[in-house]
Design a protein around this ligand. Structure first.
Ligand code: UDP
Length: 375
């Protein structure tokens, strides 16, 4: 029996790990120990995903959040090291690009425990992003690198991974597995304003009278936007104007963004709601007429649901969506956001591309880990 220590801590990691955990449970030969670092701790940023996605309760619950990046990562490194020494896993498994990812991988590598990285090879080529540092460093100390896309595979080739004694595999994207598997559970968030139902993407009505294009689903939480007053002000101005002039905007607001908006004394005019669970998010994705976001995961989810995406960043790790005409990068400039919003609202995107593996990523990941365990 192989013992795998899975390390998660942030919202997107709960979603990614849920499909792999389910595949592990359906398999003989792997025992999973689940460690939650506590990076995200609000009920609507953490617990709701365990409940909805059927993730087992964490075997180890840490309580590490807040503080500077260095302090948070350092505390995680020190505490995870103790857990690895105690639990003696055969392998550690980490997801994505957060501080929990890097701390888990580094603690393991320093104890000579093998590391599998799910979502390896993604690059924005912007070293100012904390996520970029986390992913580059995690890839460097992993021996099993599960890439979600061909682009990610090519990025690692370009960094010389072909010549390293590690395995790099394109397995597809676990987030597509999750969206496909859970789509049937989609449910409208409670307390949505009637206007949202009236402009539902399956429905009618548009503020400027053009009709039928639906509401806009927006999310905003990247540090490069929330921690830069000028960028944040540009985005808020654009969201307000879009909501007033183009279509109603619904914005499930990340706690970090709420704090930044309060700090800057800005006013948001869209329908702001608390962060929603995954099933509610799937409903919003399915029923909206456009996605406006700076999230990594949400860019792809827009595509999975056939919606165009306007991305409020200067780079994306998901370049194949831009190449396919499904995603436009507009940065944080109010005029550019507004103009893209007008152009893309109500466009239907066809998923012709088989870009993300078609829902088989978790199965491939678990198959490979089993094979490695036998080797
Ligand atoms: N998400 C959610 N509720 C929300 C906002 C996002 O369930 O209120 C989901 C979203 O559908 C996606 C994941 O959280 O699956 C993305 O996480 P986030 O945007 O926080 O991180 P990123 O993908 O940018 O790392």
């Amino acid at each position: 029996m192989q013992r795998i220590l899975t390390i998660i801590g942030a919202r997107p990691q709960f979603i990614k790990a849920s499909v792999v955990s389910r595949a592990i449970q359906a398999t003989e030969g792997i025992e999973e120990i689940l460690l939650h670092t506590g990076q995200h701790f609000d009920a609507n940023m953490s617990e709701v995903f365990f409940d909805q996605l059927g993730i087992p309760r964490p075997d180890v619950q840490l309580d590490i959040h807040g503080g500077s990046h260095g302090a948070m990562t350092g505390r995680m490194l020190s505490e995870i090291e103790q857990i690895i020494l105690r639990e003696k896993p055969d392998r550690v498994m980490v997801y994505g690009d957060t501080n929990s990812t890097l701390a888990g991988a580094l603690a393991a590598a320093k104890l000579h425990v093998r590391v599998a990285h799910v979502e390896a090879g993604l690059r924005s080529f912007n070293m100012a992003m904390p996520e970029e540092l986390n992913r580059i460093l995690t890839d460097q100390i992993s021996d099993l690198l599960f890439c979600p896309t061909d682009t990610a595979l090519r990025n690692l080739e370009a960094e010389g991974f072909d010549n390293k004694p590690v395995q790099v595999l394109q397995v597809g994207d676990v987030m597509q597995d999750a969206a496909l598997f859970f789509a049937r559970h989609a449910v409208a968030p409670e307390g949505l304003p009637a206007e949202i139902f009236a402009t539902d993407g399956h429905g009618q009505s548009r503020k400027n009278g053009a009709g039928g294009a639906g509401f806009i689903l927006a999310t905003l939480h990247r540090a490069e936007n929330t921690d830069d007053p000028l960028r944040l002000a540009g985005i808020v101005e654009a969201l307000n104007q879009i909501h007033r002039e183009i279509a109603p905007v619904i914005l499930p607001l990340h706690p970090r963004t709420r704090a930044a908006i309060d700090r800057e004394g800005l006013t948001l005019e869209p329908h702001v709601i608390d962060p929603v669970g995954y099933f509610e998010m799937l409903w919003l994705l399915d029923h909206c007429g456009l996605v406006l976001t700076d999230s990594g995961g949400v860019q792809k989810e827009a595509f999975f649901f056939g919606k165009a995406c306007v991305t409020m960043r200067d780079q994306t790790e998901w370049v194949e969506l831009v190449e396919a005409g499904a995603n436009e990068l507009v940065g944080a400039d109010a005029e550019r956001i507004l103009s893209a919003g007008r152009r893309h609202l109500g466009r239907t995107i066809e998923d012709r591309h088989e870009l993300y593996g078609g829902g088989k990523a978790a199965e491939r990941i678990v198959g490979k880990i089993l094979e490695e365990g036998r080797a």
